[in-house]
Design a protein. Structure first.
Length: 646
């Protein structure tokens, strides 16, 4: 049995990171120039890592499939980024951010990683301010904060509803500087298709140029994956359409363990699904829960009338409205964590109190906030989000309450990494949403940007040196080596097979079917029977895909159907692993809600005796069962309890 070594440094929690840095191996400047690092991904995690590693003096190759690094999915992030600055003097601290994150993740994350994240959060804000990121400020020029779910303090820094974009422009600026200095070379519109492992170590990747179809081999002394999350397995999600799991999945098949795949986040405030031909869902930022109040009618008759368009919600009197989050969770109210808010919305809708034409929506109402603060203030805070809502729904949210419903949004699970962010393949690292590390079973709002930038600017630049210090005698390898050639052949074979099937169904049609299976059985509520059914259905769909998919065109040209086909083939595999992981985890925790395991009040019921572990899955081979390894979670510094937001 493989013993997972999380390499958590010894010593008191608050000193672990400092001690690690003081005693780790470093690479001297002359040797840095001899070492090559590949960074796949240019979102906040990848761009910040590539820029920083370049600045340190390594030779960096940076890859992304978009036409420009600054179009990575991170650009979509709206609401903000957390940091424990305590500028509001409202009781925040590094410890409190650490505690909130562990508790928010339902005690399923590593203490040491999360503490480090909270610790470096403050550096991120300083770094980004120095880059000129236009964070919101008050009249006097001081940075302001707002609140996000799962916290009783205001610690979220933001740039209107465009925080991700502004942070990415900052990271991109740093990246450009390194490109000019010659330490970073970028490869836009280039997709990784396989990882090359030589003598047990990651030594490079195989890529395809998405414009001319050229397949290329790249060597490096270390490879960093910053390739984002796998939420699009569910087809409909708030993620960018191109977001995919393929790079992570190729690495899994080469020996990198996959951590906690069943932990996916369902965000409570998204514009509800409105038809069968939809391919994308839109997030309404969690920041809106600072001022918006969530409710449904108290009476089923009212809900039914609203659904049929016979009753205007604005005419339902206060006493007939059920502000169910404020009722159930008075201490946190509308700012309970996402998993809790999503389940509470589902509970109301399942019982027939939902609104909108499908009954699968709840109201997010700004009436009180507008009365209290004035329309102008609300417009200043959320103007672009309100505008986006109106463009999509044709309803004016200043006048009628917004309608929202939960949707797939983020993956807490990801490639398993140790404290140094190294995967189970030496020399392969994973950062940002691509790894499983910091959010346990549920991520708190505004913490993904924090984690991506913490990993990229402040963690990997140190920890990768601990590995590379032992690589200074390794010369650059030829990409003519057998391992490179074999990997290239694999890539070509897979694409040729996809092109040769010439079946009757489109790639999207398979993706949609997979998404429905996932949402129905591996979504907000899961149970044993449904999960078993999902596994069978996904397997059958996979067989059908490989015999009946239609992919036009050829390898040697721009071919977006071929790109999609490769990604959907991988979604069809990870979908099964997500369901399997959910099946083995016979407890409810965070975003993973097993109907069999709940408290009498319908809250998630953990089983700490048996499931206080990270599930790290090892690829077992084609059509073979994957192997489950368990990394025990030891909580030395906080008391593990039932989460309580009441
Ligand atoms: C609508 C929306 C709003 C959000 N708002 C917030 C928020 O307010 N606060 C917050 O903290 N979080 C937010 N999040 C979450 C957050 O945006 C993401 O978790 C985070 O940006 C992920 O960053 P990343 O760098 O890990 O990956 P990404 O930004 O997803 O970047 C992935 C990169 O990998 C590249 N890539 C992937 N596969 C390959 C491949 N095979 N070959 C080559 N390149 C590849 C892509 O080209 C891209 O450059 C939001 C998410 C969504 C969907």
């Amino acid at each position: 049995m493989v013993k997972l070594n999380s390499k958590i440094p010894s010593g008191p929690l608050a000193e672990k990171w400092t001690n690690f840095k003081a005693s780790q191996n470093l690479v001297n400047p002359a040797n840095k120039r001899k070492l090559d690092i590949i960074v796949v991904g240019t979102g906040l995690a990848g761009a910040s890592a590539a820029a920083t590693l370049g600045e340190l003096g390594f030779n960096v190759k940076s890859f992304c499939y978009q036409d420009s690094p600054r179009r990575a999915h991170s650009i979509a992030a709206q609401g903000g980024i957390n940091a424990a600055k305590n500028y509001q003097n409202d009781g925040d601290s590094i410890y409190r951010l650490f505690y909130d994150t562990i508790k928010g993740g339902d005690y399923r994350a590593r203490e040491a990683n999360v503490y480090r994240l909270a610790e470096v959060s403050n550096n991120i804000i300083d770094q980004c301010v120095a880059q000129g990121v236009p964070f919101a400020r008050d009249y006097g020029g001081y940075l302001v904060n707002r609140s996000f779910g799962g916290a009783q303090v205001s610690r979220t820094f933001y740039a209107k509803g465009q925080t991700g974009q502004q942070l990415l422009l900052g990271a991109y600026g740093s990246l450009l500087r390194q490109i000019k200095l010659g330490t970073v070379k970028i490869y836009p519109r280039t997709e990784m298709h396989d990882l090359v492992v030589i003598d047990g170590k990651a030594r490079g990747i195989i890529t395809r140029d998405l414009v001319n179809g050229k397949i290329e081999k790249h060597f490096a002394h270390a490879v960093v994956l910053a390739t984002g999350g796998y939420g699009n397995t569910y087809f409909l999600s708030t993620m960018a359409m191109g977001a995919n799991v393929s790079a992570a999945w190729q690495s899994y098949k080469r020996g990198a363990f996959f951590g906690n795949p069943c932990y996916v986040q369902i965000h409570p405030t998204c514009i509800p699904v409105h038809g069968d031909y939809q391919s994308k869902l839109t997030l309404m930022s969690e920041s809106l829960r600072n001022d918006g109040r969530i409710w449904v009618p108290k009476k089923k008759e009212d809900a039914e009338k609203v659904q049929k368009g016979q009753l205007n919600p604005a005419s339902i009197p206060e006493a007939e409205r059920d502000y169910y989050l404020e009722r159930r969770y008075p201490a946190f109210g509308n700012l309970v964590p996402r998993d809790v808010a999503s389940r509470a919305a589902k509970e109301r809708c399942d019982l027939g109190f939902g609104v909108g034409s499908t009954g699968l929506a709840v109201y997010l109402d700004f009436k009180d906030a507008i009365e209290r603060q004035g329309k102008k203030v609300i417009e200043e805070k959320y103007g672009n989000l309100f505008q986006m809502y109106e463009k999509i729904t044709d309803q004016n949210p200043y006048e009628v309450p917004m309608m929202i419903y939960p949707a797939i949004h983020y993956a807490m699970g990801g490639i398993w990494v140790d404290y140094e962010l190294m995967t189970s393949i030496p020399g392969l690292f994973a950062i940002g949403e691509a790894n499983f590390s910091d959010h346990g079973a549920n991520r708190l709002g505004a913490s993904a940007l924090m984690q991506g930038l913490a990993d990229g600017y402040f963690v990997i630049p140190y920890t990768i040196q601990n590995y590379l210090a032992k690589e200074i005698h390794s010369p650059r390898m030829s990409t003519d080596l057998k391992e490179f050639q074999d990997a290239e052949k694999n890539v070509r074979d897979k694409m040729n097979t996809l092109l040769s099937i010439q079946g009757k169904e489109t790639v999207d049609s398979f993706h949609k079917q997979l998404g429905k299976i996932m949402w129905d059985h591996v979504g907000m509520a899961r149970n044993k029977e449904g999960l078993k059914k999902a596994i069978e259905q996904i397997r059958a769909l996979r067989i059908e895909f490989w015999s009946n998919v239609k992919v036009p065109g050829s390898i040697d040209e721009l071919n977006q159907e071929l790109e999609k086909a490769g990604r959907v083939a991988d979604f069809l595999e990870i979908g099964e692993l997500i369901a399997r992981d959910a099946l083995q985890r016979e407890e409810s925790c965070g975003g993973h809600f097993r109907e069999e395991y709940q408290t009498p009040e319908g809250e998630a019921l953990r089983n700490d005796d048996q499931f206080s572990f990270v599930a790290a899955w090892e690829y077992g081979g084609h059509d073979k069962e994957p192997i489950l390894h368990k990394e025990d979670l030891n909580f030395e510094f906080i008391e593990v309890k039932q989460r309580n937001y009441k």
